[in-house]
Design a protein around this ligand. Structure first.
Ligand SMILES: *Cc1c(COP(=O)(O)O)cnc(C)c1O
Ligand code: SF4
Length: 445
């Protein structure tokens, strides 16, 4: 294929040759849902990953292309009616923004993770877990394609007051200097590897200096391996990028690529295999993560294959997440019990080298909560849970129980066992009230 990047969005997707064979209702869904949630794909995804004989159910098609069921019916019909009646762009835009606010744009109260320096709010930083700071460089707030399930969708929707990002790297460096307990910096977005190598160097190179001895691991959260492996192969600054990776490793720091792979197909092309090999050749590690998504990867065979392939390619399986309660969750969510069963079945089928993966994990306001399983006490069922990461580090690794609920799809639907009013961590956390509340009203200032 042509390795020059070419994006497709609402304005030009009809130039993708295979679109002509879509059913009218599939095209309508793209037009309607694609206006509410971000839509973008590219020539690698359409030529190398999607199986066009399997539309609309193909997992990669579903990963990039809007489908009708991704919006609740009433919202879908409202937008469709407006388009059909030839409503003005302004009316359409207002309605769409209202709908977006109903879709829980910043799940888990992320705005509470934004730290301050002096009296300044650092909108491009989230610092929730003591050791790890997330940084959202303003140049990296896009991706090579957009996932239809993405919980970071406000980053791309042009709704400024819901977006995290930072242009001023200086403030970020200043902040890190005041936090000696931080060992890890995780660049995220969006996808920081949509930035040019030079921009990335500007953000990272200062961290290799003596003042930042406490920063031991540089992490890059990226889906470029899955969506655009040519970033590491043939893009014009690909060699510089790999050279810089090597430089980070040689400086004595750990460089971890936090790679998103949702389906084994993403690991099947020659391009992705070469890109992984090149990255590993620099001494960088690749750790992998993905949410569990109905209609994309909700089968143990898929996960067992995904982890096995990753280990074969020298990647380390890291997290399996529960699909977040945002955006198009109606289409992707699964009962927590089902998530655990899929994890357990897949985990039981792979060897210990794949079992570095932890999940299924829910990223909640309080922390990352893993579902350890379901147990019976006095003929009553309970979920056994624990924190993999906690807003308070003391919570980590302590098992706790929640009443079994076969329909629950997210933590805020669970109740403490034995008729207790609060979970143990809610007692000592003044912010617990946000856990059981919808976050839609908590837009950033
Ligand atoms: C997941 C996450 C991290 C990273 O956690 P690790 O367990 O170290 O990978 C950091 N900050 C936030 C807000 C997160 O959600
Ligand atoms: S690559 Fe990551 S940030 Fe980008 S759309 Fe997908 S999930 Fe969201």
């Amino acid at each position: 294929m042509n390795t020059k990047y070419h994006a497709f969005n609402l304005s030009n997707y009809e130039t993708i040759p295979q679109i002509a064979q879509l059913r009218p209702e599939d095209k309508e869904a793209i037009e309607v849902v694609g206006r509410v949630l971000p839509f973008k794909t590219n020539n690698y995804v359409t030529e190398e990953l999607i199986n066009w004989n399997n539309i609309p159910d193909d997992p990669i098609f579903t990963l990039n292309f809007p489908r009708r069921e991704m919006l609740p019916k009433k919202h879908y019909n409202r937008v469709l009616d407006l388009i059909k009646s030839g409503a003005s762009e302004e009316v359409l835009k207002n309605t769409i923004n209202q709908i977006r606010l109903h879709l829980n744009p910043n799940p888990a109260g992320q705005e509470h993770n934004v730290p301050t320096l002096g009296d300044q709010k650092l909108h491009g930083i989230q610092h929730k877990y003591r050791e790890t700071v997330l940084f959202f460089p303003s140049h990296g707030q896009t991706c090579h394609a957009y996932c239809t399930f993405c919980f970071r969708w406000p980053q791309f929707s042009g709704m400024k007051n819901l977006k995290f990002s930072m242009r001023e790297a200086d403030l970020f460096f200043k902040y890190l200097k005041t936090k000696p307990k931080v060992t890890d910096v995780l660049f995220t977005g969006g996808d920081p590897l949509t930035m040019s190598t030079q921009t990335l160097v500007d953000y990272i190179e200062p961290l290799l200096g003596n003042e930042f001895k406490h920063i031991q691991t540089i992490r890059l959260g990226t889906k470029s391996l899955a969506y655009w492996p040519y970033r590491f192969l043939t893009d014009k600054d690909a060699d510089e990028l790999l050279f810089f990776f090597e430089k980070i490793v040689k400086s004595g720091k750990n460089l971890t690529i936090q790679a998103h792979f949702n389906h084994p197909v993403e690991l099947s092309t020659e391009a992705v295999k070469s890109a992984i090999a090149r990255i590993r050749g620099t001494g960088a590690q690749i750790r992998t993560q993905s949410p569990l998504l109905r209609n994309i990867n909700d089968h143990p065979d898929i996960w067992a294959e995904l982890w096995r392939k990753q280990v074969d390619l020298n990647c380390i399986p890291y997290y399996m997440f529960v699909a977040r309660d945002t955006g198009s969750k109606y289409f992707f969510e699964l009962p927590l019990e089902k998530c655990w069963k899929i994890y357990r079945k897949a985990y039981s089928r792979v060897s210990g080298t794949c079992r570095t993966v932890r999940g299924p994990s829910m990223s909640t306001y309080a922390g990352k909560i893993q579902i350890l399983g379901i147990t019976e006490i006095n003929a009553e069922k309970h979920f056994v849970l624990r924190f993999l990461q906690g807003r308070n580090p003391d919570w980590v690794c302590t098992p706790f129980l929640a009443q079994y609920d076969p329909e629950a799809t997210w933590f805020n639907q669970l109740k403490p066992s034995f008729g207790k009013e609060k979970f143990f961590f809610e007692e000592d956390d003044p912010g617990y009230k946000y856990l059981n509340k919808k976050h839609t009203s908590l837009a950033l200032e």
